[in-house]
Design a protein around this ligand. Structure first.
Ligand SMILES: *Cc1c(COP(=O)(O)O)cnc(C)c1O
Length: 354
């Protein structure tokens, strides 16, 4: 049966990417060996790593602008610590927009002074704080571009001369932006890029080397940059599949093309949530994420029917995170518009029943 996969992460990837990835596990490009049994120093894998790094910069429009792309391990969660370790000298500012921001703050506090410059905790993170003051003496300001759990997304980034660090785990490659505004971008692969196991780090080289502390090698961006993201054995499978997904996106027309599709998907579900009294949206309208739509059912007596209809239609992964409840439809790059259509039809049928 055809499935419609709204999983929040790990999540849907393009079918042709999965097919090609499966083939490469058996045999990589006719070389008589599997992708996962060859040396990471082989010319085949070095080419894959270089292609992945180049594609990341190309898609973000950052080639030749002083940036380096790395594929590291330890998830975005390790970047919470690593960003601070490499960039925090005296104090840094954080915008608290939910669970992932809070986790990044907790780790950074182990390293130095952290100021929470704004927070939306007062309303259970259903909006993005705006118009807050940013002290000019911060080493950096840390933002979370898309709040996967709460379904909010920063639409307009603050203007500041302070270096910007951004966790883009759940909306990297989903919308156009001037990415050169950021000094450090990181994203766990498993939401919009590939399988779990690698994290994309895009760093402006001239921001490094400004802190005096000793940095352990594995946590030192400079070490990874100097070794072309091959300081130790990289997660070869995760990097390969990420490369395939980036290639798929490039062939599709890049971020501009996927953004248009992502907006159509988001418009489809949000207009249903708005017009259908059986459902109510969780996030403030102007801050709604085009990746993760969070909503509740207003009539509890219809919940069972809704869940059953979704199951019958092959819909997977729309239960909300436990801290929000309700439902969450994650609509990452690889999710077809058709899948959102199937979900919206069920929602609209429910209104007729109610
Ligand atoms: C999923 C997620 C993370 C955690 O990523 P890991 O790779 O599991 O460490 C961090 N930030 C955001 C915004 C996420 O969505």
């Amino acid at each position: 049966m055809k499935k419609h996969n709204f999983s929040a992460g790990p999540c849907i990837l393009p079918k042709e990417v999965m097919q090609k990835a499966a083939e490469a596990v058996v045999e990589l490009d006719g070389i008589g060996l599997s992708l996962i049994e060859i040396s990471h120093r082989s010319k085949e894998f070095v080419a894959i790593m270089e292609n992945a790094r180049a594609l990341a910069l190309e898609l973000l429009g950052l080639e030749g602008k002083g940036y380096q792309a790395l594929f590291l391990q330890g998830g975005a969660s390790t970047q919470f610590l690593m960003a601070a370790f490499n960039l925090l000298d005296k104090k840094a500012g954080y915008v608290n927009t939910g669970t992932w921001s809070q986790k990044s703050i907790k780790e950074a506090k182990l390293i130095g002074e952290i100021i929470e410059v704004a927070s939306s905790q007062d309303q259970n993170f259903n909006y993005i704080p705006k118009g807050y003051a940013i002290p000019s003496d911060l080493d950096y300001l840390h933002l979370t571009s898309n709040n996967t759990i709460f379904g909010t997304q920063i639409k307009k980034f603050p203007k500041t001369d302070v270096p910007l660090v951004c966790d883009m785990s759940s909306d990297i490659f989903s919308r156009q932006m001037d990415f050169s505004k950021f000094d450090l971008i990181y994203a766990g692969a498993q939401k919009n890029m590939g399988p779990a196991g690698t994290t994309l780090v895009v760093i402006k080289e001239n921001i490094l080397g400004k802190v005096s502390r000793q940095i352990p090698s594995m946590l030192d961006y400079k070490v990874h940059v100097s070794k072309d993201s091959m300081f130790n054995t990289p997660p070869v499978f995760a990097v390969y599949v990420s490369m395939l997904t980036m290639q798929w996106l490039k062939d599709l027309g890049g971020i501009a093309a996927i953004e248009e599709i992502n907006e159509r998907k988001a418009n489809l579900i949000y207009s249903e949530i708005e017009l259908n009294p059986v459902f109510s949206g969780f996030a403030a309208k102007e801050d709604r994420s085009i990746m993760n739509a969070t909503f509740n059912i207003t009539d509890d007596s219809l919940k069972e029917i809704f869940d059953e209809k979704c199951k019958e239609a092959g819909i997977n992964g729309i239960n909300g995170h436990r801290s929000v409840g309700g439902y969450r439809a994650s609509m990452y790059n690889a999710l077809p518009l058709e899948s959102v259509g199937v979900l919206v039809d069920i929602m609209s049928d429910l209104e007729k029943k109610g």
